[in-house]
Structures are given as C-alpha cells and as structure tokens.
Design a binder for this molecule. Sequence first.
Ligand code: HAM
Length: 440
Amino acid sequence: MYQKMKGTYDILPKDIDKWLRLEKTIRTVSKIYNYKEIRTPIFENSELFHRGVGSETDIVSKETYDFLDRGKRSNTLRPEGTAGVVRSYIENKLYASNASIQKLYYMGPMFRYERPQKGRYRQFLQFGVEAFGSNSPQLDAEVISYAVNILKALKIKDVEVHINSIGDVESKATYKEALLNYLAPNINNLCTDCQKRYTTNPLRILDCKIDKDSEILQNAPKPLDYLNNESQSHFTETVAYLDAMKINYKINKNLVRGLDYYTHTVFEVNANIDTLGAQNTICGGGRYNNLVKSLGGPDIPGIGFAFGLERLMFALESLSFKGDPDYLHLYLMILGDEQKADGMAILNRCRLGGLFADIDFLDKGMKAKWKQAAKLNTRFVAIYGANEKENDVINVKDQETGKEITIDKHQLYNHIVEELMKPSAACESCKEDNCDECGE
Ligand code: HAM
C-alpha cells in the first residue's frame, strides 16, 4: 500500500469546511485592506530563489526541492511566495499599471525539505501578502495591522507581535562589520552552525536557537543600535503608527529573520500554543527595498508577510474552533413598530461604514433575539426601544467583555469601531481589573 510522502498530509472531506472558512475570513480581511489576489506557479527557475531568498540561507541551501526537467532546466518547487510574486510583478510590469502601488495577496502550497514535526511540514500552506511601490512607514504599519487583524477576525488572542529593524543596506553593512569584529575572538565557543554562519550569513547568528541565551550573544551588538538616521526615523515612525492604531508589539532586538532580502522593518507573530513548541511562529515578514531591483526590475520598494496556515489552524483548534468563524459585529434589536424606521437608519449607517450587521425580521421575542445574536456569533448587541427613542440613545452590550452602556444613538457606529480597535491580545494592563487601556 502506498503512503503519503513524509511531511505531507491529506485534508479529508470532514475537515474541508473549516479550511474553506479560514480562507474566507482571510479573503474578507484582504478585501477590507484593498489587497488583490495573485496566483503564481508552484515551480520556478531555481536561480530565482538563489538570487531572491539567498543561496546561503537555510531555506535555499538545505531545504529546496530541486529537479531538472526533461529539457535539462533547473526547477525548484517554491519554498516561499515572495520571490515568485516579485518575478511576476516584474515580468508583467505591474509597476506600470495605473495604480502606482500594488497590494497583492496569495494562498497556496510551499515546499521545504525540513525535518517534519507538529506544525512543520514539507508541503505546507501559506497566506502571504506583498505590497510594492512605497517606502512609507505607514505601509509598514498597515501590513503589520493587516496580520494582526486577520488574527482578530479569527478571534485568536494569545499572540505576541515581535518587531525589529535591521536598517537599510548601509546600516546592515555597518552592523555586519561590528558583529563580525565582536564575534571574531569568540566564534569557536559558539555552535558549529554559527561557526559556519560567521562566513556565510552572520546576521542569523543573532537568533540561533542553540546559542541565543549564551553570554556571547546576549552581549552582541544589535542591529537597532547601528541604524543610520534615515533607518532610525523609518523605524520610529513605524512604531508610532502602530501605537496610534493601538497595536500591541514587543521590540525584539535579536529578530533578524531567515531570508536575505529584508531591509528595515522585520516582524514575527508568535502564538502561545504549548503543543506547537518551537513551531509557534505563525507569521513572519518584513520590508525588502532592494529585492525587485536585484531580480532585474526597477528600483521599487516592497514589504510583506506570510502566515503558515496549518499553524493558524492549530491556533484555531486550540480555541475549540468548530470550523465556523462567521460573525457579526452588530445585532440590532429593534423593539416596537414605532422604532423600526429609526432602527433601519441606524442599521444602514453601520453597514455603510463596513460593519457586518443584522436584525431580526420576524419580530421574535427577546429571548429568541438573544439566542439568534449568540448563534450568529455577534460581538455587539444594541437595543433600541421606545425608551431609547424618547431619549435619543441606544443601549449596547459587548458580548466579549460583558460591558453594557447607553450612548447617543448617533454614536453607535463610532462606538463599535472604537471598541474594535482596542487591543484584544493580552496586554500587560488588561491582566488587571478595570484597566483603562483596554476597558476590561
Ligand atoms: P517564513 O518566515 O519563511 O517567511 O515563513 C512564513 C511562515 O510560514 C512561518 O512563520 C510559518 O508559519 C510558515 N512556515 C514556514 N515553514 C513552514 C513549514 N515547513 N511547515 C509549516 N509552516 C511553515 C516567508 O516565507 C516570507 N516569504 C514571508 C514574507 C512575505 N516576507 C515578506 N513577504
């Protein structure tokens, strides 16, 4: 009997629904961010990955599936999506289209010859995003918020966003020199992999899994301390935008990422799921301002990230996800015929603003309405009856926190959006009662 290849898995019919729903949520959030889908081949010319991802990276030097086709061309099954999307962006001259910025996303299989374990496969699925054409830190912040809002939409809360900057080419070169000088007298005390990396890929020594706690690495110079003025202000602005958007993050001075193309901002999202162990990085990304040019295109900056979908699915399953992330932001309970016209206006305003909202069209009793709101996985339930109408107010309950308040009825949309913006990851302050920061 044949068996599946090591590091691969089947998705059986009983599980397909939850995968479709995961994909649907990703597409919905992508639409909100105005990113368009792109589909590129699963194999490319091997050279693309050598030049794009970097021939000295683990991914390319140890993990690619390479094959010669019958025409003796060297092909590689894509180990990641960025290089192929950049190739397509250049080949199809997407930079010359009307929109000067291209915001793209993709979902599909990637292939890496790694040692399989839970959360690590040889064929795995990525959802990735690439945005081209702007070096604005606003775009860095948008891309990070996109990743965070995917998790919010899936209701995955126990996550940590780590960010760092490795700076532009000049800062990277200054830093590399400082790191090599610092490590020279100590290199023989590090693991054999790090000794190799010293000549091939020294930045990766910084996040070595074996040596990361050693005194040598603890005291090593950090990229953030070697940023030139431009790189420093890029990073400062990026984190200021994240603060403005109330996105929780940690600055991780050791984060360098495993692919060569990064410049400036790099980031990862870790999920706190015990069973995933070292495979708890569910998303990784960063800016790559020189990649398009180095692959033969114009000098156009880019930034992106990719989620591992199996790891996202593990995070969902740890929340006893039943395959139904469908949800509403608002379920409006209109009580009494005289309130219906006003209620429809309130509902319309919320929908125009982009909230997923609904009402009961069958004039059911209160108990049935609450049941329906729960069934529809509703975050906010608003009640608008005669009393509320008389006082121009509306009563809103946050089903997630249990908090209930009465507000000006014209403020319902603003109120919900404000609440949705609040950090849902466990921030330091919300471990305490009555935290001002998150209102819980
Ligand atoms: P990466 O960090 O190599 O980045 O991979 C992104 C995510 O893919 C990881 O955080 C992980 O969740 C998942 N992943 C990677 N390898 C495996 C595996 N063997 N099995 C299961 N999941 C895996 C990239 O691929 C970049 N292209 C991301 C990017 C896009 N940077 C800029 N734009």
